[in-house]
Design a protein around this ligand. Structure first.
Ligand code: SF4
Ligand code: SF4
Length: 450
């Protein structure tokens, strides 16, 4: 298996254990950030639509189960679908109105899935979660689950389940790296809602039982770093990190912030660490302090084919076409992406609804899109140098093309984090990351071992 070791670029001292460790991951790339236009825009509000299509499955785990009937009137903040187990998430009405029923509606995958159709009555009558009578790890975890909070960086894993590590983690890492080009929503949250985001970190610390927290943030966000330093106490360390993609990938971030390596096939908690995203921390604070469940999020809308890049509060269930119209996103541009350009997903239709994990909507111009014809591999090794997981993408791709999935496993395909660095640097324009992603899916489905 072609795994390289993490390599060193500089040394930092572990604040708790007092030992020296090497904090840079190897590989990675430095794409142009393209963050300037959106980063300078204060967070605005996307107008409410007439109808919301509330997705029931925009999280990892089982889809939520509707608990309202067609014709029923609901208030903003009222639960409309219940989590189907621990790895699932409640869904809440983002506005007051009348439920029209459960309908099949296009999802990001291009398939139709169940959505609750809600007709907005624009009265904005609302209901909140009741105040917490006490703040214990159990009550905060229960509130996070009750509020339907999931990882809002894009993963969508239910946050209460993630934080419920029962004493196995001593460090909480706040992922404020935001290393994907264009995306600026976390940066703006940290600048505009600093106290709330930090309070979310404190509550997450209480919930998971960790002793201290580290905020990992790329150095290209000086305003957010300054704001955090003013708001964090001794138990929360702010650690500026070099600007290099994928600094925000979980394993790379944990290494940069703690010097710990998460073994392959293991979870961060196995290394004593829990990681949450900036927006997730904000959602936790709002659920506990205000009784606000998770029914809206800040989204970055940007790209060369977007007339008015900005960061916006967008309520779950708002169709992306409403956001596109507000931001003058060109529906006929070269490529529309949900999330970042490196790891995001192509948007097949602007009829898809925004959800808890929709961090960005990018309208990319021809000049921003790589449309080179795929050429044969020239054996330059750039993909190997760029891979932050120490893999040999070209060998894995070759094994995939030979339909030898067992060999792909031996080359470490399952360790691929899908960052796209290999495809980004390949002079032959090979779609390495896409091939490996497909291989991982097939390896899992067929239960293949190396
Ligand atoms: S997509 Fe996978 S193989 Fe390619 S650089 Fe990232 S981790 Fe390595
Ligand atoms: S970067 Fe592209 S051309 Fe170079 S070795 Fe990798 S696959 Fe081959």
């Amino acid at each position: 298996m072609a795994m390289r070791k993490f390599c060193a670029s500089f040394e930092v001292r572990d604040g708790q254990e007092g030992r020296i460790f090497l904090a840079y991951f190897s590989g990675g790339v430095h794409p142009h950030g393209c963050k300037e236009r959106a980063a300078s825009c204060a967070i605005g509000v996307c107008p409410e639509p007439q109808q919301f299509y509330l997705p029931l499955d925009r999280h990892i785990g089982a889809p939520a189960v509707p608990c309202v009937q067609a014709g029923e009137r609901v208030l903003r903040g009222q639960i409309v679908a219940r989590a189907a187990g621990r790895i699932s998430a409640n869904v809440f009405a983002p506005a007051a109105g009348t439920v029209r029923g459960v309908v099949g509606h296009i999802s990001p995958s291009g398939k139709k899935t169940d959505h609750i159709l809600l007709e907005n009555d624009f009265t904005d009558e609302c209901v909140s979660l009741p105040p917490l009578s006490e703040r214990t790890p159990e009550s905060v975890l229960a509130r996070i689950a009750e509020a339907g909070i999931v990882g809002m960086g894009g993963a969508g894993f239910p946050t209460a389940a993630k934080l419920d590590v029962r004493g196995r983690a001593d460090v909480l890492v706040l992922n404020a790296a935001e290393c994907e080009p264009y995306i600026t929503c976390d940066d703006r949250i940290l600048r505009e809602y600093t106290e709330e985001a930090v309070q979310g970190v404190r509550l997450a610390l209480l919930a998971c039982g960790a002793k201290r927290a580290v905020v990992g943030i790329e150095k290209n966000k000086p305003e957010a770093i300054a704001a955090l330093r003013g708001a964090c106490g001794e138990e929360i360390e702010v650690r500026p990190l070099r600007t290099r993609y994928p600094q925000g990938a979980e394993k790379q971030l944990i290494y940069a912030c703690t010097g710990r390596k998460v073994p392959e096939g293991k979870l961060p908690a196995d290394a004593g660490v829990v990681v949450i995203n900036v927006h997730t921390a904000l959602a936790i604070a709002r659920a506990v302090e205000r009784g606000e469940p998770c029914y809206r999020r800040v989204m970055t809308v940007s790209g060369g084919a977007c007339g008015r890049p900005q960061n916006l509060w967008v309520k779950n269930g708002t169709l992306l076409r409403e956001v596109a119209a507000l931001c003058e996103g060109d529906a006929d541009c070269a490529r529309i992406v949900s999330g970042g350009p490196m790891m995001g997903e192509p948007v097949f239709s602007l009829k898809v609804a925004a959800g808890k994990t929709t961090s960005a909507l990018l309208f990319l111009s021809e000049a921003e899109t790589d449309r080179r014809a795929v050429q044969p591999c020239i054996g330059c090794g750039k993909c190997v140098q760029a891979c932050p997981m120490g893999l040999s993408p070209t060998f894995i791709e070759d094994a995939v093309f030979r339909k030898d999935l067992a060999e792909a496993v031996r080359y470490g395909a399952q360790a691929c984090i899908g960052c796209g660095c290999c495809s980004y640097v390949c002079p032959a324009g090979r779609l390495l990351a896409q091939s490996i992603k497909l291989a991982k899916k097939q390896i899992k489905e067929r239960g293949i071992h190396g």
